[in-house]
Design a protein around this ligand. Structure first.
Ligand code: S3P
Length: 173
């Protein structure tokens, strides 16, 4: 595989399976795995909802941008990014240069049902009276950002099927 040493970066909306798929892909490739949200929480010493509550979204986005620059210097990482990471063009540019980016895609209904089940990781952007409407609005806003990367649909598929599909695509790179 000519992708050796390059990072594999997973983007896509919240709840599309980036962390689950990323961890399994890293294991199969014998790469290290990182989740940018976890790094941000470690650095801030606070959970993501607490960061949003204390400093607002701007503080969160600043930490996210610093982490993008740092991770781009690494090699052989599978990086699961927060769903808003690639909205910042500087983050998208630096991470795209550091490796291969894939975008995981799920239907809005699947996203909502997965996020409602994921009570350990509340998403501040969806803490609104109508999260379904918010998901649709954010997906519309981010359509062009996500659309720049090769897509993999995760709705109705098992994580291992997605990992196998990613490996198949990587072998063609
Ligand atoms: C966000 C996605 C979240 C997290 C934060 C903001 C977004 O990550 O970074 O709540 O802007 O889409 P996940 O995509 O891992 O849920």
């Amino acid at each position: 595989m000519t992708t050796d040493l390059k990072n594999i970066v997973l983007t896509g909306f919240m709840g599309t399976g980036k962390t689950t798929v990323g961890k399994r892909l890293a294991k199969r490739l014998d790469y290290d795995f990182v989740d940018t949200d976890v790094l941000i929480e470690q650095r801030a010493g606070r959970s993501i909802p607490e960061i949003f509550e204390h400093g607002g979204e701007a503080v969160f986005r600043q930490l996210e941008a610093e982490i993008a620059q740092e991770l781009a210097l690494s090699e052989r990482l599978v990086i699961a990014t927060g769903g808003g990471m690639m909205v910042n063009p500087d983050n998208a540019a630096v991470l795209s240069q550091s490796g291969l980016v894939f975008c995981l895609v799920a239907s809005p209904e699947e996203i909502l049902s997965r996020l409602l089940r994921d009570t350990d990781h509340p998403r501040p952007l969806l803490a609104v009276p109508d999260p379904h409407e918010r998901i649709l609005a954010l997906l519309r806003q981010r359509e062009a950002v996500y659309g720049r990367f090769p897509q993999l649909v995760t709705t109705g598929k098992q994580p291992d099927e997605i990992v196998t599909e990613l490996q198949r695509r990587l072998s063609g790179c």
